[in-house]
Design a protein around this ligand. Structure first.
Ligand code: GRF
Length: 199
């Protein structure tokens, strides 16, 4: 069985998509073993609780520096046998010490078609604001492996979404989440669960 840890910071709609997929038998032999948030008021923690999934809050500000935070986070995940780390709306930049501990086993969902509208400063609504101001007609979401760069790891899966006349950043964000993020994140996990090297 592939044990998953999901890292969250906010509303947890991507976490909910993974939970729903797991309950519908859509994650293969992957299972969510732990949810970790960097913020104790993240609604994602309520979603984990309602689903009966153990959760923890591990806050960077409780550690003297980012490396000690990363080491503590890695230890926590190793202790519960994590085979795949899923960043689902997680807004903390993970330090190299953490990336090294889980090399090739960390994935992230980004709300654009990488390499467009990604990298430093491109997160949440800012991504959709940039897409609208550039005037793209197609955007979407990307699941990619996390390396030591920002949104630079190998792409695993993408899904395109139409930009419609009159879209606001909020309306576009919701469409990208509904039509792309919540579809490809569970699908990518299922795909990775079938690979021997991911355990
Ligand atoms: C959303 O902007 C989503 O596009 C990105 O993270 C933000 C929050 O997602 N992946 P969630 O509702 O906390 O999963």
């Amino acid at each position: 069985m592939l044990k998953i840890a999901v890292l969250v910071s906010g509303g947890g709609t991507n976490l909910q998509a993974i939970i729903d997929a797991q309950n519908a038998g859509g994650l293969g032999d992957a299972r969510i073993e732990l949810v970790v948030s960097n913020k104790d008021d993240a609604y994602a923690l309520m979603r984990a609780k309602e689903a009966g999934i153990p959760s923890k809050v591990i806050r960077p500000k409780d550690f003297p520096d980012k490396d000690l935070y990363g080491a503590a986070l890695a230890r926590e995940l190793k202790e519960c046998g994590t085979g795949l780390v899923v960043l689902a709306g997680f807004l903390v930049v993970l330090p190299p010490v953490f990336i090294d501990e889980f090399a090739g086993k960390i994935i992230n969902i980004h709300p654009s078609l990488i390499p467009s509208f990604c990298g430093e400063g491109f997160y949440g609504l800012k991504v959709h604001e940039a897409a609208l101001s550039r005037g793209v007609k197609i955007t979407g979401a990307t699941v990619h492996f996390v390396d030591k760069g920002c949104d630079t790891g190998p792409i695993i899966m993408q899904k395109a979404v139409e930009v419609l006349e009159g879209d606001t950043p909020e309306v576009l964000q919701r469409r990208v989440m509904e039509q792309a993020e919540w579809v490809i994140l569970p699908a990518a996990i299922k795909k990775l669960a079938e690979r021997e090297e991911i355990r």
